[in-house]
Design a binder for this molecule. Structure first.
Ligand code: FES
Length: 102
């Protein structure tokens, strides 16, 4: 899918690597997850209502349209969370896991 954001300036920052659904994504130090993801692809996540891909809306941590998940299940707002080298993200909420109660 074609990138939604295009980086025009500030190319001199240190490079980071993230993984989104197992795919490697290049970012720069200081990028939010949204910038990191949308300079590589056109979407952040799948809608929980089944109406397609979402790419954020407000860009200021208010609308909740940009949720992404770590592989461990932590939910993050992509527009207000800084990218961290090596972070592994999912564009769908991982299956809920419940502790075994025996
Ligand atoms: S885009 Fe609205 S909360 Fe992130």
């Amino acid at each position: 899918m074609r990138a939604r954001f295009r980086r025009l300036d500030e190319r001199g920052r240190p490079a980071l690597t993230l993984h989104v659904d197992g795919e490697q994504v290049e970012a720069l130090e200081g990028d939010t997850l949204m910038v990191a993801m949308l300079t590589s692809t056109g979407r952040l996540r799948e809608s929980e209502f089944g109406d397609g891909a979402r790419a954020g809306f407000c860009l200021m941590a208010a609308c909740q349209d940009c949720w992404v998940w770590t592989e461990e299940g932590t939910r993050l707002r992509a527009c207000s969370t800084l990218a961290v080298n090596g972070l592994k993200l999912l564009t769908r909420e991982p299956e809920a896991t419940w502790p075994n109660i025996a």
